[in-house]
Design a protein around this ligand. Sequence first.
Ligand code: PLP
Length: 410
Amino acid sequence: MRYSYATHLECSLTSQRYDIAKLQGLSAENKPLLARYDLAALRREVARDEIAARPSGLWRWHELLPVPAPSYIVSLGEVETPLVPLANSERPSGFRPPLVKDEARLPTGSFKARGLAVAVSMARVHGVRRVAIPTNGNAGAAMAAYAAQAGMEAFCFCPDDTPEINLSEIALQGASVWRVNGLINDCARLVEAGKSQFDWFDMSTLKEPYRIEGKKTMGLELAVQRQWQLPDVVFYPTGGGTGLIGMWKAWAELAELGWISGALPRLVAVQASGCAPIVRAFDSGASTATPWENAHTLAAGIRVPAALGDFLILRALRESGGFACAVTDESIDAARREVGAADGLLMSPEGAATYAAYLQAARSGRIGANDEVVLFNCASGLKYPMPRVSERMDVQRPFEGGIHRRPGAR
Ligand SMILES: Cc1ncc(COP(=O)(O)O)c(C=O)c1O
């Protein structure tokens, strides 16, 4: 039995093979490289129940991850995240409560920990000493944390209006961080341009092959958490799309292993109406997306005007029978308030966008009452600006009422 069954890397466009033993970025066609595994051997040598019997968490999936030996693992305790039912939040009558996969419980408070735990571990395998990333915040925070663990130098380039907490957590975790007066794609250009001069390894979404492998574990977890039966529909807040592509890859691997049966979930890419390149491309039948002009949304993590893996996102949506939809910032804000007050789950704006999209899809008939739905809350709501509380009391005076009622309470 091997620790990892990874065999090689493959260009996502041409399927050309690349050596996994070497440090790799993009393929010769400038497309993402995907890790491939000897699934036939894994199927013969390991039973799914063996994996299910291990302590939960990301590394229980080591055969389906690229890290060649446990000694390379850089870890901060990547727990399995729970599925929390939204029993009280509004939903159309007759619909089942959607489940929220609450990624806020991971180290650094977001799902970016999954991708960067694996990517930094693989960077360690290849002797990388210095890493750089363009980031809307959470990915930089996760990279800074894992780089600190691994003793690597970290450089993060963030759009000007990245949430304040993200900038501070990156700095406190020992990385160098800059605000850039541009968007994430402008930050990506800075990282690219600095590669030869500063000798850093580019950790941008999909520009190295392993963040997607870490994100893939969201899809693997969903399977084991639900006794190898996948839900009907998955709503995912889509920026660069690594998680969405990763989950589709995970389910393809599980299906090939014979560990899951039945239909795969329909994938729904959720974007903000102020930055919805994937929605526009999906609706027009295009196989790639054109960059979105003047991108804006309060959900910073999904403000990605152009995604390198656009063709992979669109392919996954279509193969799964899913769709893409956009929600307004107002509906994201309302969703965040509703789920917080009714179910006690403080979502990130990106996570709240999936609940807003769920309501939209349920009301318009794009999903059915009997569908089992999973929404992804990809980061802790505590990382984002929250409403100010202005009520004050004079300690010398008795409390005279003014009770705030939660939505739906009688
Ligand atoms: C909270 C949050 N949700 C969603 C996303 C989008 O993730 P992906 O790049 O996998 O599409 C991000 C990315 O920054 C994020 O921080």
